[in-house]
Design a protein around this ligand. Structure first.
Ligand code: NAG
Length: 567
């Protein structure tokens, strides 16, 4: 038989096998998929320096733009909150490592505070040894507990002096300050840290920091500032990656990537080509803006076209979207050893029907309308979870667009509102169950997902929301000076997923759910009883000496009476 004949004969067989595999292996859209993750899949939790550490001016730390922003008289943060003490994390690092142990987390994703390590932001000026020691001790404690550190270099807290002196990310020279800072971190911690994230969610950072002004540094340079800042961030990222690649990789054998956040954009009408285009544009302006230069060497075509055309219409000679030189494109392309993805929810997207007249802006450049299913808005409702399918689609999109990169999910979770102080967060259990399940389906589809990070370990400072949104698996009582932590039901549930490496079967998952709710109601009662216990304590403190004093008095009285009585 000739090889051609063999192939012809084999074809139908292969086809059958292929179809069989697809029919059996591809999990359904709506049904829950029971199964486990590949061995070695990394389960973790995340946090960031500014949101948790506090100790904003202690042990030699310099101010960050977020210290300046929260202290400014403009009062842009809900409740005029600051993160001066936040979760008291700087002083409770060892306790928090115990929580990670309790969860049996494989990794902990946290960020380094640039101004804690370099108070002025500039390496050549001053290095804060106490800052180095703080993170070094934390890393050691994690490794002793078998928790892999995944370290973010920059999670929004730029040293204030770099902002004040040089204009922060508006200035192209930020890239080399960042590279010097990154290089210091590789040198100081790279013997123990093998997973580095250069930037966390740079899109939100530049959109809220340089366009809407809701975040530090609070600038409103509409339609220009955010593109400039992003341009410099991409160059800074590439410089840090190259610094690692040329100086440290051969000795330290680690990975350097970036973490990008994006919700899924679903066309409102999947039969309307303009909605399909709008949804694609949503994703390109969100994820592609940063991922495309790194994976394909340039900004997405749709961004270049749109922003270029609008800039011309607005009478500008140059596009508001800066351009990379050929050399820069080559330098930036391929600078991520893995893709970090943060994801929280889904948006329905449709074409903007009337042009906006508010002048140049990111919103105007995208020209689309985002909608949500009204059921998703009510937090704590089951409806929130019905958007979990968007997670599978986003992972698939990243797989296809960027050449199947290794993916670490760096953020996924859900917030509850301030007043929700109870520990029985059943709806968060539901959220995690659904989202993690959709991630499992994406893995079965072929996405190369290596790890998952639940956002987040603790309730913490939520930027412009102050302490009003709570994302933690552990509840933090911010009204008490020592900021005590209490496990929520979701902590118990997540711990079970970690231990089983997925969802072995309906019986197990059902019993975890039950157990989690039982534990939390016990914890809730304990926590509710705490003020009462304090009361009892107080009572005993007063009562015991009082009773003693009374006894002595009565004894003295009796003695006097006895002595006075005749015989
Ligand atoms: C940018 O930073 C450099 C220092 O690195 C400084 O000399 C320059 O003045 C800054 N440019 C602006 C516009 O602030």
């Amino acid at each position: 038989m000739s090889p051609v004949q063999a192939a012809t004969l084999l074809w139908p067989l292969l086809l059958l096998l292929g179809l069989g595999a697809a029919g059996e292996g591809a999990p359904g859209e709506t049904s829950f998929y029971y199964g486990t993750f590949p061995p070695g899949f990394s389960w973790g939790v995340g946090s960031s320096a500014f949101q948790t550490e506090g100790a904003w001016n202690q042990d030699g730390k310099g101010p960050s733009i977020w210290d300046a922003f929260t202290h400014s008289s403009k009062r842009q943060v809900l409740g005029e909150e600051t993160a001066d003490s936040a979760c008291n994390g700087y002083f409770m690092a060892q306790e928090d490592v115990l929580l990670l142990r309790e969860l049996r987390a494989c990794h902990y994703r946290f960020s380094l505070s640039w101004p804690r390590l370099l108070p002025t932001g500039v390496r050549a000026e001053q290095v804060n040894e106490k800052g180095i020691k703080f993170y070094s001790d934390l890393i050691d404690a994690l490794l002793r507990s078998n928790v892999t550190p995944i370290v973010t270099l920059h999670h929004w807290d730029l040293p204030q002096l770099l902002q004040g002196r040089f204009g922060g990310w508006q200035n192209a020279s930020m890239a080399s300050y960042f590279r010097d800072y990154a290089d210091l971190c590789f040198e100081a911690f790279g013997d123990r840290v093998k997973h580095w994230i250069t930037f966390s969610d740079p899109r939100t950072m530049v959109e809220k920091g340089y366009e809407t002004g809701e975040h530090a540094p609070g600038l409103q340079l509409r339609g220009t500032g955010l593109y400039q800042a992003a341009h410099h961030i991409l160059k800074a990222h590439a410089q840090a990656w190259h610094a690692y690649d040329s100086r440290w990789r051969s000795r330290q054998h680690g990975l350097v990537g970036i973490s990008l956040n994006c919700d899924w954009g679903e066309p409102v009408d999947i039969n309307d080509p303009s909605d399909i285009e709008a949804a694609e544009r949503y994703l390109q302006f969100c994820l592609g803006w940063f991922a495309n230069p790194i994976y394909a060497g340039d900004y997405p075509q749709v961004m270049k076209d749109r922003i270029g055309r609008k800039s011309t219409e607005q009478g500008l000679d140059l596009s508001r979207l800066p351009a990379f030189s050929r050399q820069e494109k080559r330098y930036i392309k391929g600078t991520s050893d893995f893709l970090g993805l943060g994801h929280f929810t889904t948006r329905y997207v449709t074409e903007q029907s009337h042009p906006s007249r508010r002048g140049p802006s990111y919103q105007d450049d995208r020209d689309l309308v985002e909608l949500v299913d009204p059921n998703w808005l009510a937090l704590g409702s089951q409806g929130l979870c019905s958007a979990a399918w968007g997670f599978r689609r986003l992972l698939h999109f990243a797989q296809i667009q960027y050449g199947n990169p290794p993916i670490y999910v760096t953020e996924n979770g859900a917030a509850q509102k301030l007043h929700c102080t109870q520990l029985c967060d059943e709806w968060r259990i539901q959220y995690l169950k659904e989202y993690i399940n959709e991630m499992l389906k994406a893995l079965k589809d072929g996405a190369n997902v290596k790890g998952y990070t639940c956002w987040s370990l603790l309730d913490k400072f939520e930027w412009e929301k102050g302490y009003a949104d709570r994302y933690g698996l552990y509840h933090v009582d911010f009204t008490v000076r020592s900021k005590p932590r209490y496990p929520k039901a979701s902590a118990h549930f997540y711990k079970k997923i970690i231990a089983a490496n997925g969802f072995p079967g309906p019986r197990e998952v059902q019993s975890w759910h039950q157990e989690a709710l039982e534990t939390c109601s016990v914890n809730n009662q304990l926590r509710a009883a705490e003020p009462l216990l304090d009361h009892l304590h107080l009572a005993s403190e007063i009562a015991v000496p009082t009773v003693c004093a009374l006894c002595v008095l009565i004894a003295a009285l009796l003695l006097t009476l006895l002595l006075r009585s005749p015989h």
